[in-house]
Design a protein around this ligand. Structure first.
Ligand SMILES: Cc1cc2nc3c(=O)[nH]c(=O)nc-3n(C[C@H](O)[C@H](O)[C@H](O)COP(=O)(O)OP(=O)(O)OC[C@H]3O[C@@H](n4cnc5c(N)ncnc54)[C@H](O)[C@@H]3O)c2cc1C
Length: 400
């Protein structure tokens, strides 16, 4: 905890509890668009209070928090459904902001970044395709073909979060499919969603919810022609930029999951302490419930320390130095979240399964934590390979 964050946090926590918790019932029973006027009103308050864009440097109008500080704040924002959105630090826009701040030209920043920072528009990031395993992203059908000063971007993408209502998509596509280095074949190209040939085929129903607006995952077809200056960064740097986005992005997700887990544990404890089983017995008196509480406490605390340590390391040494730590927290925290949510739902019985509380919403939406930004198994493989390097015989030497 830094002194400036320690000074800010009590007021932000109070804002979340007093202004955002009361929105939850409405948020759970209405769609994004119906809720948007209320969300906009809260966003205006956050701006006026000076808490807008906590993760963004001050020169771009943000609070300029370090990754460690943002990690701590992010936990509190995650305790309620739209916390990150209301502070304009939600995925996938936060990742796009980072890429645009770092790699966009002045024109691109003026046209796409500034309105995004201001909260006037939303964006999406289109990389995954139904026909190819996202776990090995060098395989891809989308193409960006350059001719006469324009890119023709073609491709079929899905799970493009927030495509519905987004003003532009950052599209990952192969611009040099025959390059000898497979990691230099792809580029990221900005495609405004009002370009002819952009087609949102559907919002994919996920665990029974189709969603809308920011809270949706689109299946999108592209056959769009955009000017060459919509290319982000250098041609062929698509994967390198995607990697850059993923390091801090995974910290953001992990801290969000810790906030959700913490809120789930609060709800579990409250229920255990108030639910009577008759004959003077409360749920809290049962050992299985006590085990859930103790185990959740230990797991959340361990997860938080691991994530903050990784954030501190990225701040001090950069994302590459912390890449194995990032993989460790990505699968570890996603599983803590799933366990804690499951216990909280179990303790609430029927109430846990319905949308009178946010638990079922989170269980539906956050199951994907173990899949996106690298499935558990991919991260575990990376960690194990790194550890085993010191144990396995040097294959080059052993083959003479
Ligand atoms: C809710 C949600 C939001 C998303 N948002 C976006 C977005 O905004 N933009 C975007 O481009 N994409 C997005 N995605 C897509 C996400 O990045 C991919 O789903 C992910 O990369 C996995 O790719 P895949 O679905 O093709 O699964 P596959 O690559 O087919 O993998 C399926 C399973 O195979 C197993 N597996 C894979 N590799 C290995 C391995 N090396 N060892 C052992 N097992 C393995 C894992 O269990 C994995 O879950 C989102 C996905 C979800 C669910």
């Amino acid at each position: 905890m830094t002194p400036r964050l320690a000074e800010l946090l009590p007021a932000i926590k109070a804002f979340i509890v007093e202004e955002l918790y009361p929105l939850e019932q409405q948020a759970l029973s209405t769609g994004f668009y119906e809720l948007q006027p209320v969300l906009d009103e809260k966003r205006a308050k956050v701006k006026a209070l000076g808490w807008w864009l906590p993760q963004v440097p001050q020169k771009w109008g943000g609070m300029g928090l370090s990754l460690l500080e943002f990690g701590i704040l992010s936990e509190y924002l995650a305790k309620t459904l739209y916390g990150h959105y209301i502070f304009n630090c939600q995925a996938p826009d936060a990742g796009n902001m980072e890429i645009l701040m770092e790699h966009a030209s002045e024109d691109q920043q003026e046209r796409f970044l500034k309105p995004l920072l201001n909260g006037d528009i939303r964006s999406c990031f289109a990389m995954t395709e139904p026909e190819f395993a996202g776990s090995n992203p060098i395989q891809m059908g989308a193409r960006g073909t350059l001719s006469d000063g324009s890119y023709r971007v073609t491709g079929h993408k899905w799970y493009t979060t927030g495509a519905d209502g987004a003003s532009f998509a950052v599209v990952m596509c192969l611009t040099d499919p025959d390059h000898t280095n497979p990691y230099q074949r792809a580029s990221q190209i900005i495609v405004p969603t009002d370009t002819p040939g952009f087609q949102l085929l559907r919002n994919i129903p996920v665990m029974g919810e189709r969603g809308e607006g920011w809270l949706s995952h689109g299946e999108v077809m592209f056959d769009c022609v955009v000017p060459q200056d919509h290319l982000l960064g250098e041609a062929g740097s698509g994967f390198a930029m995607a990697q850059e986005r993923l390091g801090p992005g995974r910290i953001h997700h992990c801290m969000r999951w810790i906030g959700i887990s913490e809120r789930a544990l609060e709800l579990l404890c409250h229920r255990a302490a108030t639910r009577s089983l008759g004959q003077g017995k409360l749920l809290a008196h049962k050992q299985s419930v006590q085990n859930w509480i103790a185990e959740s406490r230990a797991e959340i605390d361990a997860a938080r320390l691991m994530v903050l340590n990784t954030a501190r390391r990225i701040d001090a040494e950069g994302a590459y130095a912390a890449r194995i730590d990032v993989s460790v927290i990505k699968f570890f925290v996603a599983n803590v979240l799933q366990q804690v949510l499951d216990r909280a739902i179990q303790a609430h019985g029927g109430l846990g399964m319905c949308d009178d509380l946010p638990l079922a919403f989170w269980f539906r939406h956050e199951r994907a934590a173990r899949i996106y930004d690298g499935a558990d198994e991919v991260h575990k493989e990376r960690v194990a390979k790194y550890i085993l390097k010191d144990y396995l015989p040097d294959t080059k030497n052993s083959h003479g």
